[in-house]
Design a protein around this ligand. Sequence first.
Ligand code: PKZ
Length: 231
Amino acid sequence: MGPRGGISRCPCGRKLLTVCLSRSIQAAGSQLGQSKDYALPNASWSQDMLDLYNRFLDMTKDGLWKRIPSYNNILDHIPESMKLTYEKRKDTRLFLRSIDAEGAGFEYVMFLNTSEKRVVCLFQPGSYLEGHPGFAHGGSIATIIDSTIGSCAISVAGKVMTANLSIDYVNPVPLGSVVLVDSKADKVEGRKVFLSCKMQSVDGNTLHAEATALFIQLDATKAQKQQASCQ
Ligand SMILES: CCCCCCCCCCCCCCCC(=O)SCCNC(=O)CCNC(=O)[C@H](O)C(C)(C)COP(=O)(O)OP(=O)(O)OC[C@H]1O[C@@H](n2cnc3c(N)ncnc32)[C@H](O)[C@@H]1OP(=O)(O)O
């Protein structure tokens, strides 16, 4: 499913309001010179995506869940203390935000529950993520799983990298559908963070994929060497 037209096409008042509100927030942000936050509703989001988003947003009210903002440069995600060691480049982009057209690539928003060591991602794959006709490419599924699990690992252990990601693809994901990617950190052993994840349909009746992952907290000396080699 390609990107959908303007907000005037929206059949329901709530969607219209949400989109307008998010755009006002973004406009205000741009005026302040802040990066655009992509984890806010846009006109391409389906009703399923908006309903789920509003449900999770409600869950943020008691402070247990937090919406994770999403920018197109990874350094905008990183806490100030970690930023000092990286130099921001203008020619790089977070892979998931590399397609500009709204609704054509990765439409997603993540929510973090720190006490449960859990990150849930609402994901709507767009038409440019096609693999098998009409379905999301397995690489795009791996990317959203890696990033959801990765965000969970970052929240638990800071500077980490994926060492292992194992995915069982159970049922294909139709383009334009909405799936929930539910990840949690199961165990931390020294620098190793073990995580698991399920990708399911909104109604919970279809399991699309299951994954386990190992993330390693970067060793400070080795990380400095890695950085030096890519600058
Ligand atoms: C608050 C929230 C904010 C959220 C904000 C959102 C941001 C928006 C989302 C962005 C989220 C992006 C998430 C993408 C994440 C990538 O895509 S990362 C890119 C892909 N990964 C890579 O390129 C990593 C390449 N590999 C490496 O660089 C190195 O192998 C590693 C992983 C850093 C580990 O190297 P190392 O530090 O030298 O570790 P090493 O001493 O070899 O091993 C440590 C231990 O781990 C074990 N180990 C290492 N590798 C393995 C393995 N593959 N299997 C099993 N065991 C292993 C070792 O055996 C050892 O075990 P012990 O002996 O201690 O028991």
